[in-house]
Design a protein around this ligand. Structure first.
Ligand code: OGA
Ligand code: MN
Length: 287
């Protein structure tokens, strides 16, 4: 197995390994590299969905899907239905994915956000459609000591209703689903449980800061996200079919770049739930 770093701060490409036939030793090496680099790119693995999910499962319990009434509304990530047909531009399933173009941490609108996301490319457009990541450990390190001090005890409210409220006025989730996703709180500065590094925890689901003026704290959150997610703390990946990338939502943000709307971009994602024992979003498996 070969691990080559992508930027000075984070990201690595892992080659000479088959994720569907992984020794415990190589798994351990991958896990350690993931703690170090935050994002691991595995080119052209061509995993079946079954192998994709089995590999994900080695990092912890998977996360439950969202409480949609009709799960068929939600196609795979990208712009297609589950069969790979390009959806009309205002189809609710496609509109749902528009938010992916803004910097975010998956499931930060949940009480316990996602640990890992593993995204695999099944169909790729001829151009565009890159995914980008931003290192929020380096983002924190780059803050002035005044800002670090100011943020040290601040709590942000993250809200699904807030971050999904603007989709062409289309309600992407029924009321009863929204009721299961009440706003939650996350400290703006977290200590990563594995690397112990400070992390600036922001992104598009962060609505405002508790105890601060609503409007100006909303503006500050946007500015913090914007400033942190700048080079040299970012990199992008141009997908080839069969690539799979795993990232750590506890210390990186990500976003999708635009691609020609009429060309299929079919991606499949699994999500590893945050590993606290009482995580209500973790899938409970039959013994
Ligand atoms: C996601 C996501 C980005 C992309 O799957 O959570 O944000 O490039 N995807 O599709
Ligand atoms: Mn995402």
């Amino acid at each position: 197995m070969k691990i080559d770093s992508i930027t000075e701060n984070f990201g690595a490409v892992v080659t000479d390994v088959a994720l569907n036939d992984l020794s415990d030793e190589d798994f351990h090496g991958i896990e350690q590299a993931w703690f170090t680099y935050g994002v691991l790119v595995f080119p052209r693995q061509h995993l079946t969905n079954e192998d994709h999910f089995a590999f994900s499962r080695r990092f912890g319990r998977l996360e439950k899907g969202l409480p949609h009434i009709n799960m068929k509304m939600r196609p795979s990530i990208g712009n297609t239905d589950n069969e790979g047909n390009v959806l009309p531009p205002k189809h609710v399933g496609r509109v749902f994915n528009i938010g992916n173009s803004l910097w975010h941490s998956d499931s930060s609108y949940k009480r316990v956000g996602a640990k890992a996301s593993l995204l695999a490319a099944h169909e790729v457009p001829s151009e565009g459609g890159e995914t980008e990541w931003a290192d929020m450990r380096a983002g924190y390190d780059a803050l002035s000591s005044d800002v670090k001090n100011y943020l040290s005890d601040k709590i942000a409210v993250h809200s699904y209703a807030f971050s999904h409220s603007w989709h062409y006025g289309l309600q992407v989730m029924p009321e009863e689903g929204l009721r299961q996703l009440p706003p939650v709180k996350h400290p703006l500065v977290k200590i990563h449980p594995d690397s112990k590094r400070h992390v600036l925890f922001v992104g598009r689901h962060a609505s405002h800061i508790i105890g601060e003026d609503f409007t100006s704290s909303r503006k500050l959150l946007r500015e913090l996200t914007f400033e942190a997610a700048q080079p040299p703390r970012t990199f992008g990946h141009q997908w080839d079919v069969g690539d799979i990338v795993m990232w750590d939502n506890r210390c990186v943000l990500h976003r999708a770049r635009a691609s020609p709307p009429d060309q299929p971009r079919k991606m499949v994602r699994s999500t590893v739930a945050g590993d606290v024992p009482d995580n209500e979003w973790a899938v409970i498996e039959a013994a």
